[in-house]
Design a protein around this ligand. Structure first.
Ligand code: BF8
Length: 672
């Protein structure tokens, strides 16, 4: 009888093996008890394609897909692998890699374009909702676009009208996406030697859209078939992201919504409240989330929520939207990329509002099991499932749209089921650091430079600087590599600058508090953190805010004593749990800006060793930075530290550190 037959249970993830976070583990147990599959379970049942993983599947024409697997023992002698057209493994992997850079650049830069459009609207006073908030930041970036901030009237130099400046900056910024000639304005913000390297290599980006289009053209069937030449174009494209689209997104957001300064908030799913209307904003563009924050804080909205039986409105963020509203408003972070489904599975989420990037389509399936309204808001990012509500966000009616969304969440509060489970885990976190606030904290308003920071790097209290950034990836234990890498670095006196989901992971772990320094840091870094009152891990924002890391590093170079270029600094970059194309774009612009950049997990270059060697060895000769890969998080951090020490030795400051690190016995021995 069929009933007697054993029904095979679907394989599910082991919650403890899936995440280091106890709240996440508890939610996974609940999801599995409710028979709701999550990304963690799907990672167990669906294996990745090993050929795609290594970057050696070409599907750029209909004669393929051509797969050119690397033999188990590697290749001795000539590599004769080729596709139907003759494309070599190097060409195939380089094309795939370049297309990832183009896609990542597009995502960041289209975000930047949307901000620039709203910025121009605000400058022209076409919208009530958005205003120029940070005039000082506007005045600081205007000259970079060749926009005058003063005018001469009757022989007298006067301040120029702010609205006029804003309109001109908005127009010039927007033209960066499609101007017919010249190069991007912001490239000149880089240290001169780096700019000169880019110029000599012919990789100064022209306009952002052009670089993406050219990458797509050159990687089309039958065009560029020299992996070095393909890398050259993907370098140019990535620079259009880091020193273009992303950097403008950051700056224009700061002008519109305020430059972040340190503030405190909480992080993890435990920020949701059972007796409140819970709204999670998920995605990337603060154009949406800023309006939701403003609306959810309105007295009439809170009263409306109370009229429906809730005590108030609790807002939370997921993914980079979390970072944006955390750094500017102290809105709590509800979780990382891998926790998005779990937020709905609490049963306490009245609305999840999403815009673009890093949004799982499976959210719609999960939302079906609960009362949660899943609301898409962006014309370029809809979902096919019929339970998803689309409320298109229009900057001209932004406040009305935000009110509609918040009201929908409030009205939905009464539809909650009885079965609610919010894991009671959250940590306190300080965020909102940036080029300006690091200068203030470590340089002082009086000095107004990064010299104090440099001084402490030179004397060895701070061994070096690491940017640890990027995603989570369900192919590895959630947050484990992020936290292990960061802890290993700060233990060795390396100060960490974080963005993206690494920033949220560090917040969840309590590493974004000044108090964590005494627990986790080496003596030098602990002393600095205690004296200055900063966490050992400085949260610099979202993934477009990696541009803040580039600019902070540039300020360090300018302050003197640590070389003339970014590649001279005792610094390294890392993405321990990366997954998105945006991460590859970021990696490429960091490498091309002179930074040793190491990724965890895998790289889509493994199947083409010659191409991989080009990225991980030869690129250093061109720009001073290079790619590396190490899945083990402790070894990963040690490689970064080894690079930092190498740079210290090249700068001649390795001896200083030895002196600082000597204990009393060493000193006495020396005296004797
Ligand atoms: O841009 S770190 S998972 S949220 S891609 Fe996505 Fe990666 Fe998180 Fe933000 Ni960045």
């Amino acid at each position: 009888m069929a009933d007697d037959k054993k029904v095979k249970k679907p394989k599910v993830a082991d919650p403890v093996a899936a995440s280091i976070d106890v709240g996440t583990q508890e939610m996974l147990v609940r999801a599995q008890a409710l028979n709701i599959d999550t990304v963690f379970d799907r990672a167990v049942t669906m294996k990745p394609c090993n050929i795609g993983l290594q970057g050696i599947c070409c599907k750029n024409c209909a004669m393929g897909p051509c797969r050119v697997p690397l033999p188990k023992g590697g290749i001795e002698g000539e590599d004769t692998r080729k596709g139907l057209c003759g494309a070599t493994a190097n060409t195939i992997a380089a094309r795939n890699f370049a297309r990832m850079v183009a896609a990542g650049t597009s995502a960041h830069s289209d975000h930047g374009r949307a901000v620039a459009e709203v910025f121009l609207s605000a400058a022209r006073k076409e919208t009530e909702a958005y205003k120029i908030k940070d005039v000082n930041k506007l005045l600081s970036i205007a000259p970079l676009f060749d926009v005058a901030v003063t005018v001469e009237e009757d022989g007298e130099v006067k301040d120029r009208d702010i609205d006029e400046i804003a309109v001109e900056v908005g127009k010039k910024a927007l033209s960066e996406w499609g101007k017919p000639e010249g190069n991007l304005y912001y490239l000149k913000r880089a240290p001169k030697p780096l700019y000169e390297k880019w110029k000599a290599q012919g990789v100064l980006p022209r306009s952002i859209d052009r670089e993406v289009v050219e990458t797509m053209h050159r990687t089309h069937m039958g065009v560029d078939q020299d992996y070095k030449n393909i890398v050259k174009q993907c370098t140019r494209t990535s620079l259009a992201d880091g020193w273009g689209g992303s950097m403008m997104a950051t700056d224009l957001q700061d002008v519109l919504f305020g430059t972040p300064y340190p503030l405190q908030a909480e992080s993890n799913l435990g920020v949701l409240k059972e007796d409140h209307v819970n709204i999670v904003v998920h995605g990337h563009e603060p154009i949406l989330s800023e309006m939701i924050v403003a609306t959810a804080q309105r007295k009439d909205m809170i009263e409306y929520a109370q009229s429906k039986g809730a005590k108030g409105i609790q807002l939370g963020g997921i993914c980079c939207t979390a970072n944006e509203i955390f750094q500017r408003h102290g809105v709590p972070q509800a979780g990382t990329y891998l926790q998005q489904e779990l937020a709905i599975i609490t049963g306490a989420l009245d609305a999840m509002v999403v815009d673009v990037q890093c949004v799982f389509q499976n959210l719609a399936n999960v939302a079906k099991c609960f009362h949660t309204k899943l609301i898409t808001t962006h014309p370029i990012a809809k979902m096919e499932q019929d339970n998803v509500v689309h409320i298109e966000f229009d900057e001209h009616y932004a406040l009305e749209d935000a009110e509609k969304i918040v009201k929908m969440a409030i009205d939905n509060f009464q539809n909650r089921g009885a079965d609610i489970m919010i894991p009671q885990y959250k940590a306190s976190a300080v965020g909102g650091f940036g080029v300006e606030s690091i200068q203030y904290h470590l340089g002082g308003t009086f000095r107004g430079t990064y010299y104090t920071l440099n001084d402490n790097i030179i004397n060895g209290r701070i061994r070096g600087v690491a940017g640890v950034v990027g995603c989570n990836n369900a192919r590895t234990r959630h947050n484990e590599a992020h936290i292990t890498v960061v802890k290993e670095l700060i233990k060795n006196d390396v100060i960490v600058l974080t963005t993206g989901c690494n920033g949220i992971a560090c917040a969840m772990e309590g590493l974004l508090t000044p108090e964590s320094a005494a627990v986790y840091c080496g003596p030098g870094l602990a002393e600095i953190c205690e004296t200055v009152g900063i966490p050992p891990v400085l949260h610099l924002g979202s993934c477009v805010d990696n541009s803040r890391i580039l600019l902070a590093a540039t300020e360090v170079v300018k302050a003197g004593g640590l070389g003339n270029d970014l590649c001279d600094l005792p610094a390294a970059g890392s993405a321990p749990e990366w997954m998105s194309e945006k991460a590859i774009a970021i990696g490429q612009y960091f490498v091309s800006s002179g930074v040793y950049t190491i990724f965890g997990l895998t790289l889509p270059t493994a199947g083409a060793p010659v191409f991989h060697d080009y990225l991980s060895k030869e690129m250093e000769n061109l720009y001073g930075g290079k790619w590396d890969l190490e899945a083990d998080p402790v070894k990963h951090a040690q490689l970064m530290i080894a690079h930092i020490d190498k740079k210290r030795a090249e700068l001649g400051i390795d001896k200083a550190r030895e002196r600082v690190m000597m204990d009393m016995a060493n000193r006495q021995a020396l005296d004797a």
